[in-house]
Design a binder for this molecule. Structure first.
Ligand SMILES: [Zn+2]
Length: 214
C-alpha cells in the first residue's frame, strides 16, 4: 500500500520500463563506482526549467542544486545552515567538477518577487523575502527604471542576477583558486520557457547570446 499520488506512480512505472530498462547497466555501474559528474548546474526550483531535461542529461552527468531564483549567497562561513554553499563545496572540492553553470530562466517568480517586494509577495511566509533580498541592490535599481516595461525589467533582472551569482561564486576561495589554476570554468545561461531558447553568457562582455547549434 502506497500513498504516493497516482501520477507519480504512473511516471515511475514508465521510468522503470523505459529509461531505467534502457540504461540499467549504466545505473548499476554508477551505483558501484559512484558518481563523477563534470558539471554542476545551479538552477531555479521552477518546474518548467529542469536542467536534466534542457541539457538532455542522463544519470550521473549533472550535479544539480536548485533553489528559488537560482541564487548563490556570498561566502559566509558563520555556522548557519547553508544548503547551496554545502552543495557547491561538495561539487568543487569532492567531485572536482570542471564546469559550474548558473542557469536562470524567463518568467521567474522569484525574480518577479524581488522586483515587487511589497506589491505581491510570493508567499506570506518567513523565508522567501529574506532569500530574495540577496538581489535587492540590482532589483531596486531596475525597479525604478520607468523607461522599461515590466517585462523588460523582469528579463533584465533575470540576466543581471546571473552575473551577480557568478560574482558571488567567486567569493568562495575554493572556486577562485581552481578557476585561477584553469581547472574550473564558470558559465551563465538563461532559458526561455515558452520558446525553449537557451541564451548563453559571454564571459568577457556579460552579454547573452544564442549559441549556434549546427
Ligand atoms: Zn525561477
Amino acid at each position: 500500500m502506497t500513498h504516493l499520488p497516482e501520477h507519480l506512480l504512473n511516471g515511475y512505472r514508465n521510468f522503470m520500463s523505459g529509461r531505467y530498462s534502457a540504461e540499467s547497466s549504466r545505473y548499476r555501474t554508477l551505483a558501484k563506482e559512484g558518481q563523477a559528474p563534470s558539471t554542476m548546474v545551479i538552477a531555479c526550483c521552477d518546474s518548467r526549467a529542469a536542467p536534466e531535461t534542457i541539457f538532455d542529461a542522463g544519470p550521473g552527468e549533472l550535479f544539480v542544486v536548485r533553489n528559488v531564483a537560482n541564487l548563490i549567497p556570498p561566502y559566509t562561513p558563520d555556522g548557519s545552515h547553508h544548503g547551496t554553499s554545502a552543495a557547491l563545496e561538495f561539487a568543487v572540492q569532492v567531485l572536482k567538477v570542471k564546469h559550474i553553470v548558473v542557469m536562470g530562466h524567463g518568467r521567474c517568480g522569484g525574480i518577479g518577487a524581488a522586483l515587487n517586494p511589497s506589491a505581491q509577495p510570493l508567499s506570506p511566509g518567513d523565508f522567501i523575502g529574506k532569500w530574495i533580498s540577496l538581489l535587492a541592490p540590482a532589483a531596486e535599481a531596475i525597479a525604478s527604471n520607468q523607461l522599461m516595461t515590466p517585462t523588460e525589467r523582469q528579463t533584465t533582472l533575470e540576466r543581471i542576477s546571473i552575473r551577480y551569482q557568478l560574482a558571488n561564486l567567486r567569493t568562495f576561495p575554493c572556486v577562485t583558486i581552481l578557476e585561477e589554476k584553469g581547472r574550473l570554468t564558470l558559465h551563465g545561461a538563461w532559458f526561455d520557457i515558452g520558446t525553449g531558447e537557451l541564451w548563453v553568457m559571454d564571459p568577457k562582455t556579460g552579454d547573452f547570446e544564442r549559441p549556434a547549434l549546427d
